[in-house]
Design a binder for this molecule. Structure first.
Ligand SMILES: CC(C)(COP(=O)(O)OP(=O)(O)OC[C@H]1O[C@@H](n2cnc3c(N)ncnc32)[C@H](O)[C@@H]1OP(=O)(O)O)[C@@H](O)C(=O)NCCC(=O)NCCS
Length: 159
């Protein structure tokens, strides 16, 4: 936290989130202050209205999963992902959730209950709707079971 404060100006505080700004850059720095130290891990959640095989569904999303290299291997990301899944299910009542990851992390997410999605994932890009092929989609059950095939349309940009 002290490092951020030496270079950036504290712009606002929301809960434990401290948002820092600098006059010379449009980028913001968002650190979670835990007893004066920046939290070394993050997992973001979002909720999106999409479709499954053309039928509207409330989708949960996970993104921005990361742990500082010096804090990896201690279970932080696993704990954050379990907490995120609980929030998406219990607080947001999503039909199911989706994330995309590199192939080498399929077993990691698989141990946390995520299933590979082998259908088509449709996302918006500036030129129109395309099939997302950059990373591997995985799904987690919510109020519905997790679909492993078919067409999921995010009806918007990927996250
Ligand atoms: C993937 C990542 C978030 C895991 O964070 P973490 O807090 O260390 O995770 P946990 O301690 O809960 O679990 C560790 C497990 O992650 C998996 N893992 C981490 N890095 C991996 C890699 N490069 N390849 C395969 N599995 C990996 C392993 O299963 C590991 O278990 P192990 O320690 O017994 O080998 C972290 O390595 C990271 O930030 N990586 C860079 C960013 C990234 O790839 N994010 C995921 C975007 S989808």
């Amino acid at each position: 936290m002290a490092y951020a404060e030496a270079f950036f100006r504290l712009s606002r505080i929301g809960g434990s989130h401290h948002i820092y700004a600098h006059a010379d850059t449009p980028e913001l720095v968002n650190l979670q202050n835990v007893d004066g130290k920046a939290k070394p891990h993050h997992a973001g959640i979002l909720v999106r209205e999409g479709t499954l095989d053309g039928v509207p569904v409330k989708l949960g999303g996970i993104g921005g999963v990361k742990t500082h290299p010096q804090a990896q291997g201690r279970g932080y990301a696993s704990a954050a992902l379990r907490r995120a899944a609980t929030a998406l299910h219990d607080d947001h009542h999503v039909a199911f959730s989706l994330l995309v990851c590199q192939a080498h992390l399929l077993p990691f997410y698989g141990r946390l209950g995520w299933l590979p999605f082998s259908g088509r994932l449709v996302v918006e890009q500036p030129g129109g709707a395309i099939i997302f092929t950059i990373n591997r989609p995985m799904v987690l059950p919510g109020l519905l079971s997790a679909p492993q095939e078919g067409v999921i349309d995010l009806r918007g940009l990927p996250w």
